[in-house]
Design a protein around this ligand. Structure first.
Ligand code: HPA
Length: 216
């Protein structure tokens, strides 16, 4: 489940040239086919937790989906994370109220260990893969530099906009979820940012890990 519908189409074409397009409601293409002899669907989430939450909730509630793997991009936060690296989100902090579903408790939004360990095991030695927490924010623009620095100091690997809601929904529905991200820019070092074209194309490493998790 990438955020971008064009990336969903590209992933479907790459992994499953014979896939059927089973929905195009609101321009969110959904593709179903077989990858390595097993069923697989690829569908975009749109941007942000509210959008992802609609699609993921419906997949869990009405379509019998048991695992969702997000493949996306993030802004790097920790100094060791470089543009082009892969981040596997073990957990997701958030500033969103979308995940406040247990009154009085700040939930831990965590990945499925089974999916996470399968993804990490699929990394080859040449790939720079980081495993740890990300932050899922509700705003793309307007980062507070002091907040970014504090999150980076606490080992937060990157910032994106969907994972905390995905992990909460998986927990709510007794399902499994994982997010694998390509670092497309760096919040504390803007000298290495990817172009818009690179953002769309440079996701092969993350996709390899996600595909391994999908069929573990
Ligand atoms: N913020 C939120 N989401 C992102 C970013 C970012 O800087 N980069 C890629 N996805």
């Amino acid at each position: 489940m990438p955020g971008d519908p064009r990336r969903a189409e590209r992933i479907a074409n790459l992994l499953m040239p014979d896939a059927d397009k089973v929905s195009d409601v609101r321009g969110i293409g959904a593709y179903t086919g077989e990858y390595n002899g097993k069923p697989l669907s690829v569908m975009a989430s749109g941007m942000g937790q509210p959008s992802l939450a609609i699609y993921a909730s419906e997949l869990f509630m009405f379509y019998g989906v048991k695992r969702i793997i997000r493949v996306g991009t993030c802004g790097g936060m920790a100094a060791k994370v470089k543009v082009g690296d892969v981040v596997v989100a073990m957990g997701a902090h958030t500033d969103s109220s979308v995940t406040d579903v247990v009154p009085g408790i700040s939930l831990s939004h965590t990945a499925s260990w089974r999916l996470l360990s399968a993804a990490v095991a699929a990394a080859d030695g040449d790939m720079a893969v980081h495993v740890g927490p990300v932050v899922s924010r509700d705003k793309f623009y307007g980062n507070d530099p002091a907040q970014v620095q504090k999150l980076a100091d606490m080992g937060t690997l990157g910032v994106e906009m969907e994972t905390a809601a995905l992990y909460m929904l998986a927990a709510q529905h007794g399902a499994e979820a994982l997010t694998v991200l390509t670092v497309s820019d760096h919040l504390l070092d803007d000298s290495q940012n990817m172009s818009a074209e690179d953002r769309e194309l440079r996701f092969q490493g993350a996709l390899t890990l996600a595909a391994a998790a999908a069929h573990c």
